[in-house]
Write a new protein. Structure first.
Length: 231
């Protein structure tokens, strides 16, 4: 009877080892189903992120941009440059722009009541080694000019120095106004992928190009940068 007991024990051990071996060789089914459900969703999101936004999907309220080219100093020069663009089928408008040039920071003393008082103040300043002169005419007649500076910090430094010495110096920005002429192109009229515009820019190194709001009532001169080839 003892050998029967040992035989049953050995059979049970063999069966247990066989069952454990079969179960360990089979991958758990839940892991397979999770991988299959996550992968397709990730691929869809990746494709959507790489797809450019269509025009109809752009955010509302953003004005369209139109190319602008310039500047020219005269209307006639701008008009001659516009003709090849018109010949290429572009819709172009020629616009006149007021620009401020030679911006400087002016340090001065307010106008005196009359010229004699201004001259006395001038002699007093020059006796102290202050470089200055009397403004002879215009809205600032009889004012004392203390200097013009391109640096705001330099102008502020002189103003503070004069105020510390007891003179009520002030700063005002001055500039010279001039007129420029620019061409504005309707964005939806460019039929040659911008080839005519690129030719215009390549033929004249003094011209610059940029983009501005098509409905802008006043054309602000763009920064000096060339239009991109994919304009």
């Amino acid at each position: 009877m003892r050998w029967v007991f040992f035989s049953l024990l050995i059979l049970n051990v063999v069966y247990l080892v066989f069952a454990l071996t079969i179960r360990g060789a089979t991958p758990p089914q839940p892991s397979v189903s999770r991988v299959a459900s996550v992968a397709p969703a990730s691929l869809v999101l990746l494709r959507e992120a790489q797809t450019p936004m269509a025009p109809s999907q752009q955010a509302p309220g953003i004005p369209p941009l139109c190319p602008v080219v310039g500047p020219w100093e005269s209307y006639a020069e701008a008009d001659r440059a516009m003709q090849p663009l018109l010949g290429a089928g572009y819709q172009v408008s020629l616009e006149q722009v007021k620009v401020a040039r030679d911006r400087l920071q002016w340090v001065y003393l307010s106008p005196s009541e009359d010229k004699e008082q201004a001259l006395r103040l001038l002699r007093e300043l020059q006796a102290k080694g202050v470089d200055s002169f009397v403004v002879a005419e215009g809205v600032d007649a009889n004012a004392i000019s203390l200097g013009y500076f391109s640096s705001a910090d330099s102008a502020r430094g002189l103003m503070v120095k004069m105020q510390t010495a007891g003179y009520p110096a002030q700063i005002r920005e001055t500039y010279r106004e001039s007129t420029e002429f620019w061409l504005r192109v309707a964005a939806n009229s460019i039929a040659d992928d911008g080839a005519a515009l690129r030719s215009l820019l390549a033929a004249n190194s003094t011209l610059t190009g940029n983009h501005v709001a098509c409905e802008s009532p006043v054309l602000i001169p763009p920064q000096e940068e060339k239009l991109s080839p994919d304009m």
